[in-house]
Design a protein around this ligand. Structure first.
Ligand code: HEC
Length: 277
């Protein structure tokens, strides 16, 4: 029950985060437009800058959504090494910046704002940039690095293509396995690995130098994940068939649910079928 609630709030982080990004960036654009066009400013002079009503409204909602996102991120974010650290540090920086911006806004709304109107403009811009960057690195975590640009890189044939699409077409003979084991890998095993492992063991991230996104990597003797002579001693089976909570279990405990019994049995049967070939 508590776990489910925590999971619920952790997931709202992934939804609400889109609001501060959009609201704060639009607020900054609107305020800048206003600051640069003196005609729109009520006093029509180049005196102290007074934040406008539209920008202020957007900022207030952006501030609330930003505070919610930063707090849920800090409370419910899990530890997943370096990549999360960068996202977390930027998230904290965004939280500090949005607070400073709010203070500058309150001061700028006083009858004698002095330089606080300009401070507000600058802080709002920095906050918008920090929010966008934090979201960008957060996106790398949930969708994998280069999620948005990858199709472009593939379309225009840059270097990324080589790492995501192996140019060589393999046959079962290349691995000395049966056609059946080859087909089973593509039909049932690869989808399991792609779903549960490739995010950390694939082209974007190869934890422990292990990749699981192609048969060639899975059977790579250097990776030593499959013992064809003693299948039950294979690291690939050992890592997925551990009790929940075991520090060695894959996918890692704090990251995702373990594979289902059915999936584990499919992988086990497949590894055993290699021994028979
Ligand atoms: C969230 C990231 C993540 C996911 C998802 C993940 N792994 Fe890992 N994996 C790691 C890390 C980090 C290590 C290195 C630390 C360790 O050995 O426990 C590792 C290590 C391993 C190793 C040990 C390699 C060796 O040198 O002995 C194997 C095998 C492995 N993973 C298989 C898998 C399989 C199979 C899956 C999917 C069912 C999977 N991993 C999913 C992060 C991940």
């Amino acid at each position: 029950m508590l776990d489910n609630l925590i999971e619920f709030f952790a997931r709202t982080h992934l939804v609400v985060l889109h609001f501060p990004i959009a609201l704060l960036i639009v607020a900054a654009v609107i305020e800048f437009y206003r600051a640069l066009s003196p005609k729109i400013r009520r006093d029509g002079t180049a005196g102290p800058y007074h934040p406008g009503p539209t920008g202020t409204t957007l900022f207030v909602f952006g501030f609330l959504a930003c505070a919610y996102t930063v707090i849920t991120g800090l409370v419910f974010g899990f530890d997943d090494g370096e990549r999360v650290d960068l996202h977390r540090i930027l998230g904290i920086a965004t939280g500090v910046l949005v607070l400073l911006t709010a203070i500058a806004l309150l001061m700028a709304r006083k009858p004698t704002p002095g330089a606080s109107g300009r401070a507000y403009l600058i802080l709002l811009t920095l906050t918008a940039i920090a929010t966008g960057l934090t979201g960008h690195f957060g996106g790398d975590l949930t969708h994998g690095k280069g999620f948005i640009t990858r199709p472009l890189a593939q379309a225009f044939g840059s270097a990324t293509e080589a790492t995501t699409q192996p140019a060589i077409v393999y046959t079962p003979q290349d691995f000395n396995i049966s056609q059946n084991a080859f087909d089973t890998f593509n039909a049932s095993i690869l989808p399991i690995l792609e779903n549960a492992c490739v995010e950390c063991h694939g082209p974007d991230e190869a934890e422990d130098d292990i990749r699981l996104d192609t048969l060639a990597y899975v059977l790579d003797p250097a990776a030593d994940m499959i013992k064809r002579d003693v299948p039950d001693h294979s690291e690939l089976i050992y890592r997925i068939d551990l009790p929940a909570g075991d520090p060695d279990i894959m996918p890692p405990d704090d990251h995702a649910d373990p594979l289902s019994t059915e999936q584990i049995e499919l992988v086990r049967a497949w590894v055993h079928s290699l021994a028979a070939d």
